[in-house]
Design a protein around this ligand. Structure first.
Ligand code: EPU
Length: 344
């Protein structure tokens, strides 16, 4: 007998923001770490594939999922502690990311405002180290807890353990997000009391200037970020998408210089280690794919980095467009684009 929080043959179409049709063999709605321990130890579930599903906003379902999908719905948000330097704020993996960020701001604990309006859940945020407008979430994570789905035991990971990088973490690097090794249950953020608005990003400073705001409050900064995102990024409810579809490629200084000689407009962001980050959206646009469709999918007209489902797309349509865009960018620039979402 399976526990009653597990249902067989669950439709996943409304659980992935690209709205790709697929089924899970089993779907568990997880509201506590104890349920994960029960899943780990249940004899009928031994050896089955698992996958921890958050908001499904960074996911490409390539077919039905033969195993147990864990829909992470653990609730809760609270002030876990405070010292002279910082507030420690804890949230369950199932909390909606944007709502959580706005709640911290309303309570007077700033820091996460640049990550406003990022789709998805709290528990998914560290896996690819979500980032926007000069801030990555890993910078403000103190530690997190995850259940080891082999043993059912809870493990604590410090921010250093998580080894955050650009759209990367230990969880992703080890492939644990694909193998279902760990399910993140809750996260404790460290929000420093000395707050400085991060406004260096050109679009952010321009939006604040447009509103004649010199020294923004955290809420004003959040409002500016929300305005910028709403202009460029489609609302997944209206137009299904998974956010940036490719990572910004990081290339050698030599290649960046050679490309810039041939293409003087090429945006370049030098990295601390001497490598150079390029703008995938620019490359996709220059390769002719901005606003262009292939069957029922296309690259968004206001931000070429976002792949959109214009209606009725299947996984194979997404895969065909992924291939076409990668080939076009490789042919034109010699740069290999790597998809950002998880392909499951
Ligand atoms: N660009 C174009 N054409 C386009 C899109 C962009 O020429 O169609 C150029 C822009 O003009 C700019 C550069 O590319 O010079 C960078 O574009 P933008 O500032 O829009 O940011 P991005 O690099 O495309 C990244 C993140 C976003 C994040 C923004 C803001 C990645 C893969 N994407 O996008 O994250 O919101 O910066 O910080 O790192 C996400 O990961 O899902 C996501 C939306």
């Amino acid at each position: 007998m399976l526990p009653d929080f597990i249902q067989p043959h669950a439709d996943l179409t409304s659980r992935n923001s690209l709205a790709l049709p697929a089924q899970a063999e089993f779907l568990a709605t997880i509201t506590s770490a104890e349920q994960l321990a029960a899943v780990a130890r249940h004899p009928d579930l031994a050896g089955r594939r698992r996958f921890a599903l958050g908001g499904g906003s960074n996911l490409v379902l390539t077919g039905d999922f033969p195993g147990l999908m864990l829909s992470m719905a653990i609730p809760g948000r609270e002030l876990a502690g405070e010292d002279a330097q910082a507030w420690y704020v804890r949230a369950g993996a199932g909390e909606n990311w944007h709502d959580f960020v706005q709640w911290t701001l309303a309570r007077g604990w700033p820091g996460l405002e640049n990550l406003s309006l990022i789709p998805g859940s709290v528990g998914a945020a560290p896996i690819q180290n979500i980032g926007a407008y000069g801030l990555e979430v890993g910078e403000l994570i103190d530690h997190l807890e995850a259940v080891d789905l082999h043993t059912g035991k809870t493990t604590r990971f410090s921010a250093a353990d998580c080894a955050f990088g650009y759209r990367d973490s230990l969880f992703k690097r080890e492939g644990w997000h694909l193998t279902g090794r760990y399910a993140i249950t809750r996260i404790t953020f460290r929000l420093p009391k000395r707050w400085h608005p991060r406004t260096a990003y050109g679009e952010v400073s321009a939006e604040l200037a447009r509103n004649r705001i010199d020294s923004p409050s955290p809420q004003q900064l959040a409002a500016a970020i929300i305005t910028i995102r709403q202009k460029k990024l489609p609302d997944p409810v209206a137009l299904p998408n998974a956010g940036s579809f490719f990572q910004n490629p990081v290339v050698s200084a030599e290649l960046a210089t050679a490309l810039a000689t041939a293409h003087p407009q090429l945006p370049r962001y030098p990295q601390a280690d001497g490598s150079v980050k390029l703008a995938a959206g620019w490359l996709v646009e220059q390769a002719g794919w901005k606003g262009r469709n292939l069957g029922p999918v296309g690259m968004y007209e206001h931000q070429a980095l976002v792949l959109v489902n214009r209606g009725g797309a299947k996984s194979r349509d997404v895969q065909a467009l992924t291939r076409a865009v990668r080939e076009a960018v490789l042919a034109r620039f010699g740069v290999n684009l790597v998809p950002e979402p998880v392909f499951l």
